[in-house]
Design a protein around this ligand. Structure first.
Ligand code: CAA
Length: 383
């Protein structure tokens, strides 16, 4: 229901749609095939002043909030899910600074991100600490005003492309989640290396790397918030960022629906178009209904965040869960409209299904989202 959106919302949709039409659709298949980072598209976004949509104006951003961020991600992902996440992950990486950084740190890091001069990534997950993020093993020890960091991070989206990384490390391993601290790392710091790049099934155009820290010395001034408050910072960040991934999923689902409707209306080699069959009409109706329901939940979560609603975890997890399951379902159903051709790499639809799968996995698996929703629900009913 685009009619319910404001003039400002439409401004961002139109800008993102223009970039999608002119810069993304023509190259999406090629970027996917070669697993090439979309630098040209990032530059186009920079030129259009779109890199800091969610960053407050006082730090060089557009101050347009999470809803506009979601609208942009949705439009980009409607053309290519990998480009959508390459953009959205800058919000994930910068929210830790927005929620936990000092005034000085915000002034230092945010303007460069807002202008698109620097990309940022979020380094929380490790090989043995994905869903159980609190079990992370990377260590940081304060020595003479610097944190000496040792360990390895896994599944780092934007890994090779970013200049800045929000790194979560344990400064007090004996204290579990209460011993985790958030520290900013800059690319090129000695002892910090960008490692192995994953060869992925979907979202192939965005780079995902391992990160290695070996006696890497980061200034104490790069610590976000107090020591031991890093886990809360990561959780608050994910509450704010999950609608962005949910918007990526809505964009993918809408893109697949667009293709399915167009295909349904095509003549089938002399046979009547699939759109004449009631069974296929019903399938389209179910797909469109699911997409709209998911979209509205994402917009509601984004609006709640922009309005400063405090207990946002449940709604944020719900929208991520609903939108990403919808994307998987709708992208899979859309393939049916291609009949046997749906399994060919030459048809654009198969990429949507491959791109959709990861949305159910990253930024917290959908099992983690269910855990967050259930915990909040049970808490509400006990008070
Ligand atoms: N906001 C603020 N604080 C929070 C919080 C929130 N939403 N959720 C939890 N906390 C605090 C708790 O209050 C608690 O604090 P105290 O110790 O002071 O009491 C502390 O954090 C620990 O909380 P829990 O006991 O609930 O934590 P847990 O160990 O049971 O973990 C979890 C909960 C929800 C499963 C969490 O581990 C989690 O979210 N896991 C998934 C991680 C994730 O989403 N990773 C994605 C990585 S990024 C990515 O994938 C992006 C990409 O590539 C694009």
């Amino acid at each position: 229901m685009y009619e319910l959106l404001s003039e400002e919302n439409h401004h961002y949709i139109e800008k993102a749609r223009h970039i999608a039409d002119t810069h993304i659709r023509p190259v999406a298949a090629e970027l996917d095939r070669d697993q090439t980072y979309p630098w040209e598209i990032v530059r186009a976004m920079q030129k259009e002043n779109m890199m800091g949509v969610w960053i407050p104006k006082e730090y060089g951003g557009r101050g347009a909030g999470v809803l506009n961020l979601c609208l942009v991600v949705e439009e980009l992902s409607r053309a290519c899910g990998a480009v959508g996440v390459a953009y959205a992950v800058n919000a994930l990486g910068s929210f830790p600074i927005i929620v936990g950084g000092s005034e000085e740190q915000k002034k230092k890091f945010l303007p460069e991100i807002a202008e698109g001069r620097k990309l940022i990534a979020f380094a929380l997950s490790e090989t043995d600490a994905g869903s159980d993020a609190g079990a992370l093993q990377t260590k940081a020890e304060l020595v003479d005003g610097e944190y000496v960091v040792n360990g390895a991070k896994k599944w780092n989206t934007n890994g090779g492309a970013a200049d800045l990384y929000t790194v979560y490390a344990s400064t007090r391993p004996d204290r579990g989640t209460r011993g985790i601290t958030a520290i900013m790392a800059e690319k090129g710091t000695p002892g910090f290396e960008i490692g192995y790049e994953e060869d992925k099934m979907g979202i192939r155009a965005v780079s995902v790397h391992e990160l290695y820290f070996e006696n890497c010395r980061l200034p104490e001034a790069n610590r976000l918030g107090e020591e031991g408050k890093g886990f809360g910072n990561a959780m608050m960040t994910l509450d704010r960022a999950r609608p962005g991934v949910a918007a990526q999923a809505v964009g993918l689902a809408q893109g697949a629906l667009d293709l399915a409707v167009m295909r349904a209306k095509e003549d089938q080699y002399g046979r009547p178009a699939l759109a004449h069959q009631q069974a296929m009409q019903f399938k389209l109706a179910d797909m469109a209904t699911r997409v709209e329901a998911a979209r509205q939940l994402v917009y509601t979560a984004a609006r709640a965040l922009d309005a400063g609603v405090k207990n946002i975890s449940k709604l944020s997890a719900m929208c991520k869960l609903m939108a990403t399951d919808t994307a998987m379902q709708v992208c899979t159903d859309a393939i049916d409209f291609y009949e046997e051709w749906g399994m060919l790499r030459t048809e654009p639809i198969e990429k949507f299904m491959r791109d959709a799968k990861i949305t159910q996995i990253y930024e917290g698996t959908n099992q983690v989202q269910r855990l967050v929703v259930a915990r909040s629900l049970l808490k509400e009913y006990s008070s």
